[in-house]
Ligand binder design. Structure first.
Ligand SMILES: [Zn+2]
Length: 243
C-alpha cells in the first residue's frame, strides 16, 4: 500500500508531501520497523544526497514485495520531503507518529550511502539514548548475516546529532534546531540509526550540495553491498521475537 502524507508544520505553513509504502506484518501488524530516506535535494541532480538512499529503499521495497518475504512486523518505507529545509518532512512525520502513538520498534535512515571514500565502510550513527537498538538490534543482526566488518558503529551525545539529518527528528520532536536547547525527551522519541557512508570518519564527499553530485561519482558496487546489508537487517529485525 502506498500513501501520500500531506501536511504542513504550524510554524512554516509549507506544504509537505511524504510518501509512505507499507508492507503489513503477519503476526504483529501494529508494530513497525520504519526505513526512511529524504527525496529532496538542495540542487539537482543530488545523486549521492540523496538519490543513493532512495535507491536502496526502492530496491528493498521491490525485494520484499516480489519475493514475498515473510515479515512478522510491519515494514514501513518512508520517503521524506524537505530534509534540506529544517528537516520539515521528518518533523511532520514524527509529530504525527507521536500524536498517533505509533508503535515504532526502530527507525533506520539512509542518507548518502553510495560514496565510501575508498574504505568500504558503512557508518551507523546514533545517540546514547538509542544505543540499545544499534547494539542489540542492528549490529546483532549484521553479525548473524556475517556482515559485522562492513559496518562501523558510532554512538554520540545527542547534542552532536540534533539538526544533522532526518534521523535526529526521531530523537525528540520539536527540538530547537538553532541553539540545540530544550532537549525535552518527555515529548517522546524513537529508537533511530542513521546509515551513511561519509559523514563521521573524516571522509567528506567532495561534491556535497553541488551540481557535480552526479551518478558517476557513486561506487555502485558499494551501493549494492549497502542494499544487501539493509535487506538482511530488515529481514532479521522484522522477524525477531525480541522486540
Ligand atoms: Zn541528505
Amino acid at each position: 500500500m502506498i500513501e501520500y502524507h500531506d501536511s504542513e508544520l504550524d510554524t512554516q505553513k509549507r506544504p509537505i508531501r511524504n510518501i509512505v509504502a507499507t508492507i503489513p506484518g503477519t503476526i504483529h501488524p501494529e508494530k513497525k520497523i520504519v526505513l526512511t530516506a529524504h527525496y529532496d535535494s538542495v540542487i539537482p541532480p543530488g545523486a549521492e544526497d540523496n538519490g543513493s538512499g532512495v535507491a536502496v529503499l526502492l530496491e528493498i521495497a521491490r525485494i520484499l514485495k516480489e519475493e514475498r518475504i515473510p515479515l512478522e512486523y510491519t515494514v514501513e518505507i518512508v520517503f521524506f520531503d524537505y530534509e534540506e529545509k529544517d528537516l520539515n518532512g521528518s518533523q511532520a512525520y514524527v509529530r504525527h507518529a507521536l500524536i498517533n502513538k505509533d508503535e515504532i520498534i526502530g527507525v533506520i535512515n539512509f542518507d548518502m550511502v553510495g560514496w565510501d571514500g575508498g574504505d568500504g565502510k558503512l557508518e551507523l550513527i546514533t545517540a546514547k539514548i538509542s544505543a540499545s537498538f544499534l547494539e542489540e538490534g542492528v549490529l546483532f543482526v549484521s553479525k548473524i548475516a556475517g556482515r559485522e566488518d562492513f559496518v562501523y558503529p558510532i554512538i554520540e551525545d545527542i547534542e552532536n546529532l540534533v539538526g544533522h539529518g532526518d534521523y535526529s527528528s526521531f530523537l525528540g520532536w520539536g527540538i530547537d534546531l538553532e541553539n540545540k536547547e530544550g532537549l525535552d525527551m518527555s515529548r517522546g522519541y524513537y529508537y533511530v540509526i542513521n546509515v551513511t557512508a561519509a559523514q563521521k570518519l573524516e571522509k567528506g564527499y567532495p561534491y556535497y550540495h553541488t551540481v557535480e553530485d552526479t551518478i558517476e561519482k557513486l561506487n555502485i558496487d558499494f551501493l549494492r553491498q549497502v542494499t544487501q546489508w539493509a535487506a538482511e537487517v530488515v529481514y532479521g529485525l522484522a522477524n525477531s521475537s525480541d522486540f
